[in-house]
Design a protein around this ligand. Sequence first.
Ligand code: NI
Length: 199
Amino acid sequence: MAVLDIARMGNPILRRRAAEVPDPRAPEIRRLVSDMLETMEYAGGIGLAAPQVHVPLRVVVFSVEAERAIEEAAEEGPPSEPCGPDETDPMADGGVPLTVLINPEIEVLDDTVSPGLESCLSVPGLAGEVPRASAIRYRGHALDGSLVERAARGFHARVVQHEVDHLDGILYPQRMTDLSRLTFTSELERAHRHVPAEV
Ligand code: NI
């Protein structure tokens, strides 16, 4: 395992569309994911996409501890209604399990847009208010090739939309509709405001 160098805004790798992974079970993908997890932990982030470590492949990892999920959800406003009785909702117990998604796809379930602060390991020291779809369904492959499919709301849905954007060469400032809502995290700290987790 290795801690990898994280590309920052301005690096062309963050602007290009990442390629599909032909075989999620390939040993080099397992190694990549293992390095991404170590890098994410070292950097103190809760999500990471392969292009952020200079690998142009459609692979993302994320994990939100229950405590953090509750804190972030409070910033998102009141909890929304469940997606439906047939949906699994890992947010129901507060956290998001450590998830590896290869070739992820997103389907918007509720295009009601909710604004929320985001921060990115590739845009260090800044946070911005980004409108995102409130509820999505996502699917992708795990390292063993099995299909992962979940419905997600709130912060969970936000993290997945942020990560999949990385695979399409999009950084969160490009999703902002009001650049006056871009701030240094040090200013949030100074104002005793919530600083979002980096993804
Ligand atoms: Ni990011």
